[in-house]
Design a protein around this ligand. Structure first.
Ligand code: AMP
Ligand code: MG
Length: 520
């Protein structure tokens, strides 16, 4: 295994001078050196061939003892110094102080094909940021992160990646539903990959401590490393940097809305400074199109992070980042302009994305009404988002009365589709047909375009759960099957048609399928 190892992060940013592994507040530093925990009996479950290639490794490399040991934390590669990052965050709307990598340990950076990647283990043991927890991860959450981050990549959604999924061989105690019934589960480790794991909270923690010096060092590093096109860091570049972060985050969240992904815990410590989907915890996929849906049981009361609120929550989080950057700029105007622009662009880009989902290639003033009425129709009775949009590409404007037939299989309870609901839909299909008539695109191109933005296959919550149930019994075939299926989410895969189906009834209220907690 030959890797082109670098360490720009640790060589350019200040380290915590303390190197023991005690829980502590870490000041004047961006990270602490830490050694991953030795595991009892590590065992690889799956490796992403795409990520091996991206990092300059071969499939044979992945079969070596060294690979297993490095990516479960049992061996530290020579010349590398693993570290945990310090960050804070606003959790569910409240400042939570220092959080940090409590169960993530960065190993090293790899440069390949002119790209720099940070390699990180999730679940490799305690760090100074572990607070009251154990620094470990269980198989269930690791399967979910591993499968979903690669699936998101293939869907074209900006995301961190995953290289490997392994069992640690250790047992981990978890109270899944926080109801006083803890149980032992299999421990696991995912190796995650990203150009950067910096979060909004990495900047907020320094601002909260009035440590403007370290804040400036970190912002300058981030600009020089990841936003080099902005030129040398100065006040103007800081505002531009904030604008880039805002636009990248917007792009990310519009993709989430497009594919029906609900992150579940959009705290500022879980928002990447590069606008990548990060920290796959109690996320979920919309089944019925329901703006008020969240998979996260911890958020059931307030539903702060429900599907329909995600673009607004990004804006709320950007306000917190603006506050953190302010000490370097000392002028609110530029930052406020960025936030105002986000608010405006949010609606424009959402509308544009929705136009693409219904195959419109041109823009008309009243498209917003057409799309609003569609969203209202989708909520009249439980209607599967993935199926309805995918099937809509078969709609023929010359034959609008066929519309209901085309989307029929997306209804969870066909008996619930009353005459009144049918009438609403038929009216919508009439307006849609009129609108399509005025659109210059050919029927063939329209269908192709729609099928390239409306996935046929997503990682439905129950699919991940089935893979987890098998994996807990030592059977990893479904993990591999789903991993491969989700590499081509927009393709027709007739052999796998069974995954193009509504959530089965047994999964409606099952823990892991519709209810998830942060405890993983
Ligand atoms: P999350 O909501 O998963 O993003 O986690 C919020 C914070 O809790 C982060 O600082 C995590 O590192 C930390 N955390 C979550 N789970 C654990 C764990 N098992 N051990 C240590 N820290 C954890
Ligand atoms: Mg997190």
């Amino acid at each position: 295994m030959k890797l082109n190892i670098k360490n720009t992060f640790t060589s350019q940013l200040p380290a915590d001078p303390i190197t023991d592994n005690s829980r502590r507040q870490v000041t004047k530093a961006c990270y602490s050196f830490v050694t991953p925990k030795q595991t009892a009996k590590p065992e690889l479950i799956h490796v992403s061939p795409e990520m091996l290639d991206t990092l300059g490794m071969s499939e044979n490399d992945a079969k070596t003892k060294q690979f297993l040991n490095v990516f479960t934390g049992n061996t530290v590669m020579e010349g590398t110094t693993p570290y945990a990052m310090c960050y804070g965050g606003h959790q569910f709307g409240h400042w939570a102080g220092q959080l940090g990598d409590g169960r993530a340990i960065n190993l090293f950076e790899v440069e390949h094909n002119n790209k720099n990647w940070k390699l990180q283990l999730k679940g490799a043991g305690e760090t100074p940021y572990s607070r009251t927890a154990d620094g470990l991860a269980v198989l269930r959450s690791s399967v979910r992160e591993y499968l979903c981050s690669e699936a998101m990549y293939h869907l074209g959604v900006p995301t961190t990646r995953a290289l490997s999924l392994a069992l640690s061989g250790d047992q981990v105690l978890r109270d899944v539903m926080y109801n006083g019934n803890p149980d032992y589960e299999k421990g696991a480790i995912v190796s995650r990959i990203s150009p950067s794991f910096l979060r909004f909270g990495s900047f907020e923690i320094l601002a909260s401590r009035q440590d403007t010096e370290t804040l400036k060092t970190l912002v300058d590093y981030t600009i020089n490393t990841h936003f080099a096109h902005l030129g040398p860091p100065n006040k103007q570049a800081y505002v531009q940097f904030f604008n880039d972060v805002a636009m990248r985050s917007l792009d990310m969240v519009i993709h989430w809305q497009r594919v029906g992904f609900v992150h579940g815990v959009m705290n500022t410590d879980n928002l990447s400074i590069l606008g990548l989907t990060i920290d796959y915890g109690p996320y979920g996929w919309l089944e019925g199109f329901e703006p008020g849906w969240t998979p996260n049981t911890t958020d059931n009361q307030n539903k702060r992070y429900q599907y329909g609120s995600q673009p607004d929550i990004v804006l709320w989080n950007l306000y917190q980042l603006a506050n953190a950057l302010y000490p370097l700029i000392e002028e609110a105007e530029g930052l406020e302009a960025v936030l105002a622009n986000y608010a405006e662009q949010k609606d424009i880009q959402y509308l544009q994305m929705m136009r693409s989902k219904i195959g419109l290639s041109s823009e008309e003033q009243l498209d917003a009404n057409l799309i609003q009425e569609l969203e209202d129709c989708l909520q009249l009775t439980e209607t599967d988002m993935t199926i309805v949009f995918r099937n809509l590409s078969d709609f023929d404007g010359a034959n609008p009365t066929n519309g209901l037939q085309i989307i029929r299989e997306s209804f969870y309870d066909i008996k619930a589709v009353t005459e009144a609901i049918k009438d609403r839909w038929n009216l919508w299909f009439d307006s849609y047909a009129d609108r399509l008539e005025r659109d210059p695109i050919s029927a063939k191109a329209k269908k192709e375009n729609m099928n390239s933005v409306n996935p046929k296959y997503v990682l439905r919550n129950y699919m991940a759960q089935l893979a987890i149930d098998d994996a807990n019994k030592g059977d990893y075939k479904l993990i591999d099957d789903l991993f491969n299926l989700l590499k081509q989410p927009y393709a027709e895969q007739p052999k796998h048609e069974k995954w193009f189906a509504k959530r089965p009834e047994w999964a409606r209220h099952k823990v892991g399928c519709s209810m998830l907690s942060c405890s993983s």
